[in-house]
Design a protein around this ligand. Structure first.
Ligand SMILES: [Zn+2]
Length: 655
């Protein structure tokens, strides 16, 4: 009975879960990639796969989502082009333990996963870049949409010599051929196809070296050299910290970070080549509000958690996002200190609480969970686990887990088993409570905060809605600037003159952002916020002052003239809008200001700038023909959030 049942299950699991990785192992890929007409977004090339057959089988496939032309030659002999729109199918009597070579030639005009930026605009920032995760790398290069197939990828890319070309691994050679250069990138170890990266653009770069001599290449736009230092500040410290904390040497050849225009996310951890949004290219004033430190650490942590060991399926997604979020927090503690770290953990807990109150809590092991769950509940689960088993057992468990499964795929049990071994503890209750249960155990998290962080006991008892005076008193004695800023926000504008005695930028920013109706006795205090070294504070303060004190409008505009703000020009775009609607403010420049504001809707600007410009122009009902044309173009943008925004605005404009 037992045996019969067992064989039935085996049979059943073969039927439902047969994967190509069970009978063939693709080992190495060498791709020669070039581009056709850039305006029609065409990529083409040949890719050679070396593979080994594990079990007799009569066909193998390579994914290729909706490519234009595709054909193959197997073992220099057998030609074919059987293609179903998703996969190239190679029919052949493959024998177990045989080795083969498959050369695929293809041409593609991908709608996803490879993005062509600004080639239609001479004044644009012309780039080509990839995003594999959540898209399909196989739409631009025949490869494997199954994360469980890990291959050593070598990319040779030919492009116009005036551009930089960056891909995974080591640049081993550059060969010049007339106006073109072929860049030869090589890897030593295998990875999943979704981590293949390609970035082409006009870049400068600087290189630092980690404590263990890993090259850290940091790319930036040639015109932005003043932004290099604030953007990449702490990069080496973060790298060295994570390598020591994780306890396993950085597993790849080098580490490159490349900012790109109109990226889909904050960053993407392509193996040895993180691509991130150029909204994080920031100057020293922006650093206090919107720096790259967290994303820098998060994507770097993924080089171990995600790239070195990769989830077998979405059920185990927290092994990537929870870990990357957790280790980024630890790196931030190393950079910004304990109070910052503690506040971030508190913030994550509150975000999870909001989700819970909305009835949307799910288990970490539910593949359909939200990012909030995967990232923040994941980071909290690890925080709780570490306290439970102790630092030493936790660190050794992580190290053993990575070593044992390196360059392979993992499930949650693989991790839990290692920590059980190093701690000698049974973790089934932990697994039940934090990984399998839909319930968000906020009371356990609150208890953790109170137990471990001395400032949180008194703070968590406060209820600013019930007792404003208690919260106001709290601010007089507390010297934790992060908690104070939160208390100020909770007071919702009920602040007294003494609150202005608080000096840090974040505390003052909380005042700027929460005090909408400024009492006249606080006017001069509030006006001083315009002098703060923070674009977020200046944006909020300028708007509130302009609204509250019409007689002094022109003065506020004069004080903030010329400030651009973040990369999305948050201050400049607000300023232009206010300048246009302030009566008698520089009437001689009115037309010029309007033209500048309208110009920011143009596609040569990043979508963050354009979105702000569209929103403000809509607010003052001044979206002219040029703006409307740009808005229609924006509705087709590859960034779905931006295109959704544009579509909604178009509806408003039409009504
Ligand atoms: Zn991530």
């Amino acid at each position: 009975m037992y045996r019969i049942l067992l064989s039935f299950f085996l049979f059943f699991s073969c039927l439902t879960q047969a994967q190509q990785t069970d009978y063939v192992d693709f080992k190495k890929a060498t791709a020669n990639i070039s581009f056709g007409d850039l305006l029609s977004k065409e990529v083409k090339g040949t890719i050679t796969y070396e593979f080994e057959i594990l079990r007799d089988v009569d066909s193998v496939f390579v994914d290729a989502k909706r490519v234009k032309d595709i054909s193959y030659v197997l073992d220099d002999e057998f030609k074919g082009q059987k293609y179903n729109g998703e996969q190239l199918i190679v029919k052949h009597k493959f024998k177990a333990n045989s080795k083969h070579k498959l050369v695929i030639t293809w041409r593609s005009m991908p709608e996803k996963a490879l993005y062509f930026i600004d080639w239609e605009y001479i004044a644009g920032n012309r780039q080509i870049w990839t995003q594999g995760q959540g898209k399909y790398t196989s739409s631009w290069m025949p490869s494997f949409d199954d994360m469980n197939e890990k291959v050593i990828f070598n990319l040779n890319i030919t492009f116009d010599k005036s551009y930089e070309v960056i891909a995974n691994g080591n640049l081993v050679d550059k060969s010049v051929n007339g106006d073109n250069v072929t860049w030869h990138y090589a890897m030593k170890k295998p990875m999943s196809s979704y981590l293949v990266a390609l970035a082409i653009g006009r870049y400068s770069k600087k290189t630092a070296y980690s404590q263990n001599g890993v090259f850290l290449d940091m790319y930036y736009y040639p015109a932005d050299s003043d932004k290099f230092e604030p953007t990449y500040r702490y990069t080496k410290q973060i790298f060295d910290f994570l390598e020591n904390e994780i306890g396993v040497r950085y597993p790849w050849e080098n580490y490159k970070q490349i900012p790109v225009k109109d990226f889909l996310y904050a960053g993407m951890e392509n193996t040895s080549a993180t691509i991130f949004s150029d909204a994080f290219l920031i100057d020293k004033v922006a650093f206090v509000d919107k720096n790259y430190v967290n994303v820098n650490a998060h994507e770097l942590a993924h080089q171990w958690f995600g790239d070195l060991v990769t989830e077998t399926s979405g059920t185990h997604h927290w092994l990537q996002e929870g870990f990357a979020t957790y280790y980024a927090l630890l790196a931030e503690r190393d950079v910004f200190g304990d109070a910052y770290y503690q506040y971030r953990l508190y913030e994550y807990a509150q975000e999870l609480l909001d989700q819970d109150r909305a009835g949307a809590s799910t288990a970490l092991l539910n593949p359909k969970s939200s990012s909030t769950t995967f990232y923040k509940k994941g980071a909290w689960a690890l925080t709780i686990l570490r306290e439970q088993v102790g630092d030493a057992a936790f660190k050794l468990g992580v190290k053993n887990y990575l070593r044992k499964h390196q360059f392979k795929n993992v499930e949650t049990d693989d991790f839990i088993r290692e920590v059980e071994k190093t701690s000698g503890k049974n973790l089934s209750e932990f697994v039940e409570t934090w990984l399998k249960s839909d319930v968000y155990h906020y009371q356990l998290i609150e208890a953790y905060l109170i137990r471990n962080f001395k400032d949180y006991k008194a703070f968590l008892k406060l209820n600013c809605e019930q007792s404003k005076s208690k919260c106001q008193d709290y601010l007089k004695s507390s010297n934790n600037p992060f908690i104070n800023a939160e208390v100020i926000r909770l007071l919702q504008g009920n602040i007294t003159k003494s609150v202005f005695k608080l000096k840090t930028i974040k505390e003052r920013q909380a005042i700027a952002q929460s005090l909408y109706n400024i009492p006249s006795e606080l006017k001069s205090d509030y006006e001083s916020l315009l002098q703060d070294e923070s674009y977020e504070t200046i944006e909020a303060a300028l708007f509130s002052l302009w609204q509250n004190f019409p007689n002094d409008n022109k003065l506020y505009l004069k004080q903030t003239k010329g400030i651009q703000g973040f990369n999305d020009k948050n201050v400049r775009i607000l300023w232009l809008t206010l300048a246009l609607i302030t009566e008698d403010f520089e009437p001689e420049n009115n037309a010029r200001y309007f033209e500048e504001l309208t110009d920011y809707t143009n596609p040569i600007y990043g979508f963050e700038i354009r979105q702000k410009a569209f929103a403000y122009l809509n607010q003052i009902q001044a979206c002219n023909e040029k703006c409307k044309t740009n808005l229609k173009q924006a509705a087709m943008h590859h960034n779905w959030q931006f295109s959704k925004f544009a579509k909604q605005l178009l509806k408003v404009e039409q009504n």
